[in-house]
Design a protein around this ligand. Sequence first.
Ligand code: AMP
Length: 212
Amino acid sequence: MKNFIFLGPPGCGKGTQAEILCLKYNYLKISTGELLRKYSTDDLNLAKTISNILSEGGLVPDEIVAQIITDFYSGIEAVPAVILDGFPRTVNQAILLEQTLALYQMNVDQVFLFNVPDDILVKRITGRFSCSVCGAIYNKFFKQTLVEEKCDKCQSNIFISRSDDSEEIIINRLKTYHASLATLTQFYGDLIVEIDADKPLEIITDQIVSYL
Ligand code: AMP
């Protein structure tokens, strides 16, 4: 079983690409961000701690994410590959991952680094809104509704945006990302493949597939 890391800033589309590849090749994806968002609303002891960190755009302590990864690997069935979306984010986490994979005689096979300029990311994330009735996703900078304030798909006029999508939080999340990027890329060295993720979905998928 192979292990691919998807490394990239928030809003770069790595989660979407991971989902596309999982469907196409029967891979399994683990997204620490998705799981932490879920934990932050569950009635657990850690919920408050996690939701505070998420709302500030910082990093959740390594012990918590490491436990998520350990649980994941101890419970999965054999698949051709696993995609790690959003983990590791620090060198310490990268070392923890190596230790976990070693238990199963595995290692990291490739690290896909998704590059998108920060100003585009800020617009992608802060401009994002969705229809509260059918879930259709729009963006006030890149993809407006055809008719103002009317969903193209279901004609509803009620829209919502995610609570961690504010400009202040996204700028913090980008700072956190850039702060650990250099040491992580140094750690992975030749395993890194750079993806130009400021492109249409299918072109990004083709770039990734060419390295699988
Ligand atoms: P994401 O959806 O991957 O952008 O993650 C959303 C948030 O979850 C991040 O801003 C962090 O607060 C937290 N998070 C996700 N993955 C990790 C990780 N590997 N280590 C620490 N915090 C994480």
